[in-house]
Design a protein around this ligand. Structure first.
Ligand SMILES: Cc1cc2nc3c(=O)[nH]c(=O)nc-3n(C[C@H](O)[C@H](O)[C@H](O)COP(=O)(O)O)c2cc1C
Length: 181
């Protein structure tokens, strides 16, 4: 059920030392290929990574917010082709969240690692670093990496009262959405 899934969903950054089965990876790949794209142009590309050495290299794509990838058994690098779509970012973002939610539905933990607009160091973007590591063609952009594995941490769902209800308006921006208990 979708609503319980998103009510309980959290970003998980600690994973058991256990591989994700190939058949389960296949389900994740099928899920991401079912993600909608503008005009059905499928402007995304994905690199499924299970190689420990490569996961370690990818975990160093940026100084902060990616280190946990080296302990994950699986990472899916979400790319996009601006030559196919001017809104490749939207298409690839939707695919990223499809992976995150599909993983949750399979009792896997996962976390989005932002790559686009991030730096590897003072001289190289995180995208360029990953392009080197994975041998990406020059026209292919990198949006995110989704780190995935069996969870080794549990997080409480966000309480309903803590949600950002104040960001929602009703009919016009002066009227708060009438939140019901
Ligand atoms: C677009 C986007 C980029 C994110 N980038 C990172 C990241 O680079 N590293 C990280 O550890 N978490 C990242 N996250 C996860 C968020 O930090 C997380 O969703 C947020 O703190 C809320 O926690 P929750 O997902 O458990 O509800 C990202 C999430 C989104 C949606």
């Amino acid at each position: 059920m979708f609503l319980p899934l998103i009510q309980n969903r959290r970003s998980i950054r600690k994973y058991q030392d256990k591989a994700v089965e190939e058949t389960t990876i296949d389900l994740l790949v099928e899920a991401l290929l079912r993600a909608p794209t503008s005009m059905g142009n499928n402007s995304w590309e994905f690199v499924v990574v299970t190689d420990t050495e490569l996961l370690g290299q990818l975990s160093r794509a940026k100084p902060h917010g990616a280190t946990f990838l080296k302990e994950a058994p699986l990472g899916i690098v979400v790319c996009g082709d601006p030559q196919i779509s001017d809104i490749w970012i939207e298409n690839s973002s939707i695919a990223s969240i499809y992976i995150h939610l599909a993983a949750a539905s399979l009792n896997l933990g996962s976390c989005w690692i932002q790559i686009r607009e991030r730096q590897h160091d003072d001289t190289q973007s995180a995208e360029a670093y990953i392009a080197d590591v994975l041998g990406l063609p020059a026209h292919v952009r990198v949006l995110s990496i989704i780190a995935i594995g069996y969870p080794d941490e549990s997080k409480a769902p966000h309480p309903r009262d803590d949600l950002a209800w104040d960001r929602v308006f009703f009919n016009n921006h002066a009227t708060p959405y009438p939140r019901r208990p």
